[in-house]
Design a protein around this ligand. Structure first.
Ligand code: ADP
Ligand code: ZN
Length: 608
């Protein structure tokens, strides 16, 4: 069979995605490869397809038991014999799997890196032909990344002990140069074909909002998207408890996940989410590594995360199946301060020498600043993300909250002068709220106590709503007119640019959302988009197919998205196949899956 036939027969797809073919061809030509592709781009196929065409065994090294289980489950559903060898097996299961493997039953075997140098495994490797070693999540070899795994360093020694050197292929979603160079060097890849696909994920919508009632915003979103599966990320365990508790009381199928829960509860909640028994996962960033669930339709950040790397990784768990999905960041004023505290108290850096520790902290603060800018920028959010990762987009993607909002440029120079003037006249001693209350002309207790009524700028901006004043305050920080100290108590000080502003040498122009038509327009645009996706009749069929998928998933004991992805179900809704041939023509329906449960899906389509 050639690669095209394998793609169709086992995976049910008609075409390779960009990048996949190049990597597959290189592997088949006997060349090492390094594939750098974002989450959801389809890395697994790049080694699975050639694995089925080469005459020996492909070993896949993967860091997490859950990932291996998922992948092997998916391969078995597609009719491909695969197995995993890791610590989740009992001793007798392990030896049984190993003996089947010796007998040549599995073209693909997933193995934990810790196992590689064990005696039994080396002996096994000596007695079979290993045609490829594929390293998944290859950035785990690098100490630069956040996911360094010392056991990954064993891979190189394992490869060097084999009688015949196999092709070594490596895959990761981490793009930085240091990590890439580390992978090539440490895994000793030989003149690898390196392929980097773009980091853009066009099916993801990006939004930023700063609602007064954050919980209410989440609830409204969930109300508007019934049945959709998604993650709500919070910054602290306490917040996870709070948000999850409220959602459950409001009748939403939500579960929680953070490092403070027992192993048992974490596992149960994670499984409930993966198997679609609970649609909503409320979690800290402890949740997600190794989650392959393809039908995550939204990722809401209840707080601003610590940096763009974390944000893109977490948000990127949405829409792995390529269907539209939404990534929404709800920003609150307190988030910067909470993150700053995390940086100051970061226990991971405790054993570093003071100088390095200082450097790491500086770097983390800088990253936090870039993250904050993301929340305030009025430019295309996708463009901001791509630029951060060293790529360039189109400046206006048409699928982010900024591109869909109507902005106008407003001259805020006078307000800026008043705020900086107020900071200067009060001796650079007070925090954001005192300054804003002063220019707004508040008569609160603090203002009286600090005698801010005597400040020459007192009440000078009383006409301007407080939320607007906050926006100006943020802009002034972003552009260096003001800085806010963070040694315990946040005090506003004049920044480098303040003098030029006071001297009237610079103007402060801000892009602000147009007040009136904005909400209307936005809703309209978004509604149109949705309507284009599924008609009402298709929606009904989709629900029916989704229920059938759940039924089959239970019988097969695999997560529903492994039976068919959301995208495949959508394709069925659009195509409404009535015969075997028509069903097999639907993208995502392979022969093996058709034989197993194709008829049942055909019947559901015809009856709806
Ligand atoms: P990654 O490991 O890069 O995050 P996966 O290998 O999990 O991505 O693939 C993501 C999704 O894309 C899976 O549902 C997979 O079946 C699907 N996919 C992969 N290649 C193709 C293709 N050529 N055509 C259609 N869908 C594909
Ligand atoms: Zn955009």
């Amino acid at each position: 069979m050639d690669k095209q036939e394998i793609l169709k027969k086992y995976f049910g797809y008609d075409q390779f995605r960009s990048g996949q073919e190049v990597l597959i061809d290189s592997i088949l030509a006997g060349r090492d490869v390094l594939g750098i592709m974002p989450t959801g781009a389809g890395k697994s196929l790049c080694y699975q397809v050639p694995a089925l065409m080469m005459d020996g065994i492909t070993l896949v090294i993967s860091p997490l038991i859950s990932l291996m289980k998922d992948q092997v489950g998916a391969l078995n559903q597609a009719g491909i014999h695969a197995a995993f060898l890791n610590s989740s097996l009992t001793v007798s299961q392990y030896y049984k799997a190993l003996s089947y493997a010796r007998a040549g039953r599995y073209p693909i075997i997933y193995v934990a890196p810790e196992r590689l140098l064990s005696e039994e495994f080396l002996d096994f490797a000596d007695h079979v032909k290993i045609s490829m070693v594929a390293v998944d999540e290859a950035h785990c070899v690098s100490q630069w990344g956040q996911d360094f795994r010392p056991s990954y360093l064993k891979i190189t020694e394992f490869v060097s002990r084999l009688r015949e050197r196999p092709v070594v292929s490596a895959f990761t979603a981490t793009a930085t140069r240091e990590v890439r160079d580390d992978i090539i060097r440490i895994l000793k890849l030989r003149e690898p074909k390196v392929l980097t696909t773009g980091f853009d994920r066009p099916n993801l919508y990006f939004g930023v909002a700063s609602p007064r009632d954050r919980y209410g915003a989440v609830r409204d979103y969930l109300d508007a998207h019934p049945g959709a599966s998604g993650i709500v990320y919070c910054l602290t365990r306490k917040q996870v408890e709070e948000v999850c508790g409220k959602l459950q009381r409001d009748g939403f199928p939500a579960v929680r996940y953070h490092a403070g829960l027992s192993d048992g509860e974490r596992k149960k909640n994670q499984d409930d989410f993966i198997y679609d028994r609970a649609q909503i996962m409320v979690a800290t960033n402890a949740f997600g590594m190794g989650i392959d669930k393809s039908n995550v339709r939204f990722v809401i950040h209840y707080n601003m995360p610590k940096n763009m790397e974390s944000y893109y990784q977490e948000a990127g768990r949405a829409g792995r199946d390529g269907e539209p999905a939404e990534c929404i960041l709800l920003y609150g004023g307190q988030d910067v301060i909470t993150n700053q505290l995390f940086i100051e108290n970061n226990q991971d850096n405790i054993e570093l020498d003071p100088e390095t520790r200082q450097l790491v902290m500086e770097r983390d603060r800088e990253r936090l600043r870039k993250m904050t800018f993301y929340c305030f920028t009025r430019d295309c959010l996708r463009e901001y993300i791509l630029r951060y990762f060293g790529e360039y987009g189109s400046c206006s993607c048409g699928n982010c909250s900024n591109c869909l909002t109507n902005f106008e440029t407003v001259d805020m120079t006078e307000a800026a002068k008043a705020i900086t003037g107020c900071v200067a006249a009060s001796g650079q001693r007070y925090g954001v709220n005192v300054i804003l209350d002063t220019v707004h002309g508040s008569a609160g207790a603090k203002i009286r106590q600090y005698r801010m009524g005597e400040n020459p700028w007192y009440g000078s901006l009383k006409e301007m709503p407080v939320y607007r004043l906050r926006q100006v305050m943020n802009e002034l920080q972003l552009r260096g007119f003001l800085t806010v100290t963070n040694d315990g108590y946040a005090v506003v000080k004049l920044g480098e640019q303040a003098i030029a502003l006071q001297a009237g040498e610079v103007k402060v122009e801000m892009k602000l959302a147009r007040e009136e038509p904005r909400g209307e327009k936005k809703k309209e645009v978004r509604k149109k988009k949705k309507a284009g996706a599924l008609t009402e009749a298709e929606e009904e069929l989709f629900e029916r197919l989704r229920a059938l998928r759940m039924e089959i998933a239970k019988e097969e004991k695999v997560p529903p998205y492994i039976v068919f992805s959301d995208k495949t179900l959508m394709n069925m809704c659009a195509a409404r196949p009535r015969t075997r041939e028509e069903m097999l023509a639907v993208s995502g329906v392979g022969e093996f899956k058709f034989r197993k449960y194709g008829e049942r899906f055909l019947r559901a389509v015809m009856e709806t």
